[in-house]
Structures are given as C-alpha cells and as structure tokens.
Design a protein around this ligand. Sequence first.
Ligand code: CA
Length: 221
Amino acid sequence: MRLLIVEDERRLALSLAKGLRAEGFAVDVVHDGLEGLHLAATEGYDLVVLDIMLPGMNGYRVCAALRAAGHEVPILMLTAKDGEYDEAEGLDTGADDYLTKPFSYVVLVARIRALLRRGGGGRPSPVITAGPLRMDTAARRVSLDGTEVQLAAKEFAVLEQLAVHAGEVVSKAEILEHVWDFAYEGDPNIVEVYVRTLRRKLGAELILTVRGAGYRLEVPR
Ligand code: CA
C-alpha cells in the first residue's frame, strides 16, 4: 500500500512518514499543495493524508480538484484545533475522513486502515483469500492451509499486491510502485529478493514467475 502525505509542517510530516513506513506502508511526502495535487493525480496512491493550510494550494482545493478530475483515492484530511476545518465543507469537497491536530499516532493509523478497508476505489473486504492462502489485511495476519505464517512488513506488502490480483500477472514495476516509495532508488531486483523469501516461507509453487512480465499468484481452480 502506498500513501502520500501532503503536510507543510516538516517535522510532523517526516515523523508520520517514518512511523507509517515502519508499519509496512510505502510513503511519499510533499510540503506543498500544488505538488501534492500533481503527485496524487499522476501516481497510483492507495490513500492521501492531506493537510488543509498549505502553501501553493490549500487542502480543500487540492481535494476538490482531485475529485473533479475523477480520482477516487481515499483522502484523510488533517486540521488544526482552532476550528480552521469545517467538516461540512471538507466532506463537500470529497474528503473521506478528517482528523483534528494534535492527534495520536495510533488513531491516525487506525483511521488510515479503516479507510483502506472501506476503499475509495471499491476495494473488497480486509480478508483476501486465494486458494490455500488467507490474508487479513486489517490484522496483518497470513495463513496457509490454516497455519499462520510470520511475515515482515515488506514481505506482507509484496504478497498483498500479488494476492489482490491473484491469478493475474503483476509486474515488478507495479509491485515496486505500491510497496516502495518515491525515494527508493535502489535496485528494482529487490522485488525478486522478497519473492524468494515468500517462496521459502509459503512454498515454491504459490508464486509463479512469468518470464519478462512479472509474477502471478497461483490459485487452484
Ligand atoms: Ca499546514
């Protein structure tokens, strides 16, 4: 899952990003509304955390512009305590939820997970099943034939991308885009490393390599 944080308070933005990365999300951060709008409109984010008072363009206008252009990405708005935020106005512009500063980090993560489950883009329930595999994306648990398997955050995220598209080919680029963030400039073959680990933990036959195209999570018919 890849998130965009648009927040001009740099320390807050960076600490949120750090925490969310530790949860296994890929996170990009920008500090300006126009830049946020551009990225949110052009990159494939699963959710946008959007501050209201921003340089360049305020959060209401960013949100309204995204919706006007047909983008359904879930948007969680952040607001200061001084009542700058008008809930009606925010929901009017198409935000999915809002959070008043200062908020607890735990609450933020819970709201993000709730929005991802609800899915602005029509994402189904938090539990994904594909053959013997069962992933509870809310509880972050994976089981294979009923036996729980321990996965690290990034391993979980890679498997989730494959499981959401079970039976279809998922390209390495697609996995990179959703699991690693913008700043990642390392070797794209890192995806292979994670697939190898997943095969070791889940059995070699679950994830198939489709030469020149990517990977496919096999679902028995
Ligand atoms: Ca601000």
